[in-house]
Design a protein around this ligand. Structure first.
Ligand SMILES: [Zn+2]
Length: 299
Protein backbone atom coordinates (compact mmCIF):
# COMPACT_ATOMS: atom_id res chain seq x y z
CA UNK A 1 0.00 0.00 0.00
CA UNK A 2 2.98 2.27 0.48
CA UNK A 3 2.98 5.09 -2.07
CA UNK A 4 -0.73 4.57 -2.62
CA UNK A 5 -2.83 7.69 -2.09
CA UNK A 6 -5.09 5.61 0.13
CA UNK A 7 -2.31 4.76 2.53
CA UNK A 8 -2.86 5.32 6.18
CA UNK A 9 -1.12 8.11 7.97
CA UNK A 10 -0.63 7.36 11.60
CA UNK A 11 -0.31 10.26 13.94
CA UNK A 12 0.23 10.10 17.65
CA UNK A 13 -1.97 12.54 19.49
CA UNK A 14 -2.87 12.80 23.15
CA UNK A 15 -1.64 9.29 23.63
CA UNK A 16 -4.13 8.10 21.06
CA UNK A 17 -3.38 6.80 17.65
CA UNK A 18 -5.35 8.75 15.09
CA UNK A 19 -5.63 7.06 11.75
CA UNK A 20 -6.44 9.30 8.84
CA UNK A 21 -7.61 7.54 5.74
CA UNK A 22 -7.64 9.86 2.78
CA UNK A 23 -10.24 7.82 0.92
CA UNK A 24 -13.02 7.98 3.49
CA UNK A 25 -12.03 10.79 5.80
CA UNK A 26 -11.98 8.22 8.48
CA UNK A 27 -10.85 9.38 11.75
CA UNK A 28 -10.52 8.22 14.98
CA UNK A 29 -9.40 6.29 17.60
CA UNK A 30 -9.16 4.03 20.32
CA UNK A 31 -7.85 5.71 23.23
CA UNK A 32 -8.61 3.92 26.32
CA UNK A 33 -10.93 4.76 29.08
CA UNK A 34 -9.67 8.23 29.87
CA UNK A 35 -10.11 10.12 26.65
CA UNK A 36 -12.64 8.07 24.74
CA UNK A 37 -12.47 8.31 20.98
CA UNK A 38 -11.50 11.46 19.18
CA UNK A 39 -12.80 12.30 15.74
CA UNK A 40 -12.53 15.21 13.36
CA UNK A 41 -15.47 17.62 13.40
CA UNK A 42 -16.14 17.24 9.67
CA UNK A 43 -16.09 13.47 9.98
CA UNK A 44 -18.64 13.49 12.77
CA UNK A 45 -20.85 16.04 11.04
CA UNK A 46 -21.00 13.74 7.99
CA UNK A 47 -22.95 11.31 10.20
CA UNK A 48 -25.51 13.91 11.31
CA UNK A 49 -28.82 12.99 9.66
CA UNK A 50 -31.42 13.37 12.45
CA UNK A 51 -34.32 11.53 10.79
CA UNK A 52 -36.10 8.29 11.69
CA UNK A 53 -33.52 5.57 10.95
CA UNK A 54 -30.77 8.18 11.00
CA UNK A 55 -28.10 9.45 13.37
CA UNK A 56 -27.99 12.59 15.53
CA UNK A 57 -24.57 14.02 16.37
CA UNK A 58 -25.15 16.11 19.47
CA UNK A 59 -22.58 18.35 21.20
CA UNK A 60 -22.57 17.86 24.97
CA UNK A 61 -22.05 20.54 27.63
CA UNK A 62 -19.43 18.39 29.37
CA UNK A 63 -15.92 19.78 29.84
CA UNK A 64 -14.30 17.04 31.90
CA UNK A 65 -11.44 14.85 30.71
CA UNK A 66 -13.50 11.73 31.20
CA UNK A 67 -16.32 10.95 28.81
CA UNK A 68 -19.74 11.63 30.34
CA UNK A 69 -22.27 8.80 30.46
CA UNK A 70 -25.11 9.44 28.04
CA UNK A 71 -28.37 7.55 27.64
CA UNK A 72 -31.18 7.81 25.10
CA UNK A 73 -34.45 6.09 25.97
CA UNK A 74 -32.52 4.53 28.88
CA UNK A 75 -29.96 2.93 26.56
CA UNK A 76 -26.25 3.84 26.69
CA UNK A 77 -25.01 5.99 23.80
CA UNK A 78 -21.69 6.26 21.91
CA UNK A 79 -19.69 9.31 23.08
CA UNK A 80 -16.61 10.56 21.24
CA UNK A 81 -14.36 13.56 21.64
CA UNK A 82 -14.65 16.06 18.82
CA UNK A 83 -11.59 18.19 18.08
CA UNK A 84 -13.58 21.45 18.24
CA UNK A 85 -16.82 20.73 20.08
CA UNK A 86 -15.49 18.59 22.91
CA UNK A 87 -17.62 15.62 23.93
CA UNK A 88 -20.21 14.62 21.35
CA UNK A 89 -22.94 11.96 21.47
CA UNK A 90 -23.54 9.88 18.34
CA UNK A 91 -27.14 8.73 18.71
CA UNK A 92 -28.97 6.08 16.68
CA UNK A 93 -32.60 7.03 15.92
CA UNK A 94 -34.98 4.09 15.40
CA UNK A 95 -37.22 4.08 12.31
CA UNK A 96 -40.34 4.35 14.50
CA UNK A 97 -39.14 7.39 16.47
CA UNK A 98 -41.67 10.21 16.83
CA UNK A 99 -41.00 13.58 15.23
CA UNK A 100 -40.81 15.51 18.46
CA UNK A 101 -38.03 16.96 20.58
CA UNK A 102 -35.87 14.13 21.91
CA UNK A 103 -33.90 14.11 25.15
CA UNK A 104 -30.45 12.80 26.01
CA UNK A 105 -29.62 12.23 29.68
CA UNK A 106 -26.04 13.21 30.57
CA UNK A 107 -24.57 11.91 33.80
CA UNK A 108 -21.31 13.32 35.16
CA UNK A 109 -19.99 12.97 38.66
CA UNK A 110 -23.18 13.25 40.67
CA UNK A 111 -25.26 15.43 38.39
CA UNK A 112 -27.60 14.62 35.56
CA UNK A 113 -28.46 17.10 32.82
CA UNK A 114 -30.66 16.95 29.75
CA UNK A 115 -29.75 17.88 26.20
CA UNK A 116 -32.51 18.19 23.62
CA UNK A 117 -32.44 17.70 19.88
CA UNK A 118 -34.98 17.65 17.04
CA UNK A 119 -35.84 14.84 14.63
CA UNK A 120 -36.86 15.72 11.07
CA UNK A 121 -39.16 13.72 8.84
CA UNK A 122 -38.02 11.43 6.07
CA UNK A 123 -40.15 9.56 3.53
CA UNK A 124 -39.14 6.01 2.68
CA UNK A 125 -40.18 4.20 -0.50
CA UNK A 126 -42.16 0.96 -0.89
CA UNK A 127 -40.85 -2.29 -2.31
CA UNK A 128 -42.88 -5.32 -3.44
CA UNK A 129 -41.09 -8.65 -3.54
CA UNK A 130 -42.18 -12.10 -4.71
CA UNK A 131 -40.76 -14.86 -2.55
CA UNK A 132 -41.06 -18.40 -3.92
CA UNK A 133 -40.63 -20.22 -0.59
CA UNK A 134 -44.01 -19.49 1.06
CA UNK A 135 -42.60 -20.56 4.45
CA UNK A 136 -40.39 -17.50 4.28
CA UNK A 137 -43.52 -15.32 4.00
CA UNK A 138 -45.90 -17.13 6.32
CA UNK A 139 -43.73 -19.37 8.50
CA UNK A 140 -45.18 -22.59 9.96
CA UNK A 141 -45.70 -23.00 13.71
CA UNK A 142 -42.45 -24.99 14.04
CA UNK A 143 -40.62 -22.26 12.16
CA UNK A 144 -42.01 -19.68 14.60
CA UNK A 145 -40.38 -21.43 17.55
CA UNK A 146 -37.04 -21.27 15.78
CA UNK A 147 -37.58 -17.69 14.59
CA UNK A 148 -38.45 -16.48 18.09
CA UNK A 149 -35.36 -18.14 19.60
CA UNK A 150 -33.10 -16.69 16.92
CA UNK A 151 -34.62 -13.24 17.29
CA UNK A 152 -33.84 -13.24 21.01
CA UNK A 153 -30.19 -14.11 20.33
CA UNK A 154 -29.86 -11.37 17.74
CA UNK A 155 -31.67 -8.75 19.82
CA UNK A 156 -29.34 -9.53 22.73
CA UNK A 157 -26.33 -8.98 20.44
CA UNK A 158 -27.65 -5.54 19.44
CA UNK A 159 -28.03 -4.55 23.10
CA UNK A 160 -24.38 -5.19 23.95
CA UNK A 161 -22.42 -2.14 25.05
CA UNK A 162 -18.69 -2.69 25.48
CA UNK A 163 -16.69 0.22 26.96
CA UNK A 164 -13.99 0.67 24.31
CA UNK A 165 -14.53 3.32 21.66
CA UNK A 166 -14.81 2.28 17.99
CA UNK A 167 -11.58 2.30 15.93
CA UNK A 168 -13.39 4.45 13.36
CA UNK A 169 -16.91 5.81 12.95
CA UNK A 170 -16.81 6.36 9.19
CA UNK A 171 -16.63 3.05 7.35
CA UNK A 172 -15.30 1.69 4.10
CA UNK A 173 -18.04 -0.47 2.50
CA UNK A 174 -17.80 -4.12 3.61
CA UNK A 175 -17.81 -5.20 -0.07
CA UNK A 176 -17.05 -3.40 -3.31
CA UNK A 177 -20.19 -3.44 -5.41
CA UNK A 178 -23.36 -1.55 -6.29
CA UNK A 179 -26.00 -0.80 -3.68
CA UNK A 180 -29.39 -2.39 -4.27
CA UNK A 181 -32.27 -2.23 -1.74
CA UNK A 182 -31.82 0.81 0.50
CA UNK A 183 -32.48 0.97 4.23
CA UNK A 184 -36.03 1.75 5.36
CA UNK A 185 -37.95 0.40 2.36
CA UNK A 186 -41.52 -0.41 3.33
CA UNK A 187 -41.65 -4.01 2.17
CA UNK A 188 -44.39 -6.31 0.97
CA UNK A 189 -43.63 -10.02 0.50
CA UNK A 190 -46.11 -11.61 -1.91
CA UNK A 191 -48.40 -8.66 -1.19
CA UNK A 192 -48.23 -8.95 2.60
CA UNK A 193 -46.76 -6.05 4.59
CA UNK A 194 -43.61 -6.89 6.55
CA UNK A 195 -41.12 -4.95 8.66
CA UNK A 196 -39.27 -2.16 6.82
CA UNK A 197 -35.82 -3.03 5.45
CA UNK A 198 -33.50 -2.83 8.44
CA UNK A 199 -30.27 -2.67 6.48
CA UNK A 200 -28.58 -1.92 3.19
CA UNK A 201 -28.13 -4.45 0.37
CA UNK A 202 -25.14 -4.77 -1.93
CA UNK A 203 -25.64 -6.56 -5.25
CA UNK A 204 -22.55 -8.76 -5.27
CA UNK A 205 -22.06 -12.39 -6.30
CA UNK A 206 -21.65 -15.43 -4.09
CA UNK A 207 -18.07 -15.78 -2.91
CA UNK A 208 -17.30 -12.05 -2.66
CA UNK A 209 -15.20 -11.51 0.50
CA UNK A 210 -16.85 -9.40 3.22
CA UNK A 211 -14.49 -7.13 5.18
CA UNK A 212 -14.95 -5.65 8.66
CA UNK A 213 -15.52 -1.88 8.21
CA UNK A 214 -13.93 -1.14 11.58
CA UNK A 215 -12.02 -3.17 14.13
CA UNK A 216 -14.44 -5.37 16.03
CA UNK A 217 -15.10 -8.45 18.08
CA UNK A 218 -17.27 -11.29 16.78
CA UNK A 219 -20.13 -11.55 19.29
CA UNK A 220 -22.57 -13.84 17.47
CA UNK A 221 -22.64 -16.14 14.46
CA UNK A 222 -25.37 -18.50 13.30
CA UNK A 223 -27.47 -19.90 10.48
CA UNK A 224 -30.82 -18.15 10.92
CA UNK A 225 -34.22 -18.73 9.33
CA UNK A 226 -34.48 -15.30 7.72
CA UNK A 227 -30.90 -14.03 7.76
CA UNK A 228 -29.09 -17.24 6.78
CA UNK A 229 -25.42 -17.46 7.75
CA UNK A 230 -24.86 -14.35 9.82
CA UNK A 231 -22.04 -12.58 11.67
CA UNK A 232 -22.40 -9.85 14.32
CA UNK A 233 -19.47 -7.52 15.08
CA UNK A 234 -19.19 -5.33 18.16
CA UNK A 235 -17.11 -2.22 17.34
CA UNK A 236 -17.49 -0.72 20.81
CA UNK A 237 -19.95 1.49 22.70
CA UNK A 238 -23.07 0.07 21.12
CA UNK A 239 -21.88 0.32 17.50
CA UNK A 240 -22.81 -3.15 16.20
CA UNK A 241 -22.85 -4.39 12.61
CA UNK A 242 -24.46 -7.50 11.10
CA UNK A 243 -23.71 -9.39 7.84
CA UNK A 244 -26.36 -11.79 6.45
CA UNK A 245 -26.99 -14.48 3.83
CA UNK A 246 -23.29 -15.47 3.79
CA UNK A 247 -22.22 -18.61 1.92
CA UNK A 248 -19.25 -19.03 4.27
CA UNK A 249 -18.47 -17.71 7.76
CA UNK A 250 -14.71 -17.38 8.28
CA UNK A 251 -14.74 -16.28 11.94
CA UNK A 252 -15.98 -17.53 15.30
CA UNK A 253 -17.39 -15.91 18.40
CA UNK A 254 -14.62 -14.24 20.41
CA UNK A 255 -12.40 -13.46 17.40
CA UNK A 256 -11.02 -9.94 17.28
CA UNK A 257 -10.91 -8.53 13.76
CA UNK A 258 -8.82 -5.70 12.39
CA UNK A 259 -10.43 -3.16 10.10
CA UNK A 260 -10.51 -4.70 6.61
CA UNK A 261 -10.19 -8.31 7.82
CA UNK A 262 -12.42 -10.79 5.99
CA UNK A 263 -15.23 -12.27 8.09
CA UNK A 264 -16.97 -14.41 5.46
CA UNK A 265 -18.20 -14.59 1.89
CA UNK A 266 -21.37 -13.35 0.22
CA UNK A 267 -24.05 -15.96 -0.42
CA UNK A 268 -27.80 -16.58 -0.73
CA UNK A 269 -28.67 -18.33 2.55
CA UNK A 270 -31.90 -17.56 4.46
CA UNK A 271 -34.78 -15.52 3.03
CA UNK A 272 -33.38 -14.16 -0.23
CA UNK A 273 -34.30 -13.79 -3.86
CA UNK A 274 -30.66 -14.14 -4.92
CA UNK A 275 -27.09 -13.65 -3.75
CA UNK A 276 -26.38 -10.32 -2.06
CA UNK A 277 -24.97 -8.89 1.14
CA UNK A 278 -27.48 -7.52 3.64
CA UNK A 279 -25.68 -5.22 6.08
CA UNK A 280 -27.11 -3.75 9.28
CA UNK A 281 -25.63 -0.99 11.41
CA UNK A 282 -26.96 -0.46 14.93
CA UNK A 283 -26.26 2.32 17.44
CA UNK A 284 -27.69 2.24 20.97
CA UNK A 285 -29.87 -0.69 19.87
CA UNK A 286 -31.43 1.31 17.02
CA UNK A 287 -31.03 -0.01 13.49
CA UNK A 288 -29.90 2.94 11.38
CA UNK A 289 -29.16 3.57 7.71
CA UNK A 290 -25.74 2.03 6.94
CA UNK A 291 -25.42 4.40 3.95
CA UNK A 292 -24.76 7.19 6.46
CA UNK A 293 -21.49 5.52 7.49
CA UNK A 294 -20.13 5.16 3.93
CA UNK A 295 -21.01 8.65 2.67
CA UNK A 296 -23.97 7.39 0.60
CA UNK A 297 -26.93 8.82 2.54
CA UNK A 298 -29.85 10.00 0.38
CA UNK A 299 -32.18 12.51 2.09
ZN1 LIG B 1 -31.50 -6.67 2.83
Amino acid sequence: MSGNIFRLLHVRLLGCVVATLIQSALCVVSSGMLYGAQAATATLQSLHHPVPGGVAVVALPSTGRTAPKVTFNRKPVLVVSDERQGWVAVVGLPLDITLQTQVLMITELHSTTEVRFEVKDKKYREQRITVSNSRHVSPLADDMTRITRELELQNAAYRQFSPNAPSNVVFAPPVNGPLSSPFGLKRFFNGEPRAPHSGLDFAVPTGTPVAAPAAGKVILTGDYFFNGNTVFLDHGQGLITMYCHLSVIDVKVGDTLARGQVLGKVGATGRVTGAHLHWNVSLNDARVDPAIFIGQFKP
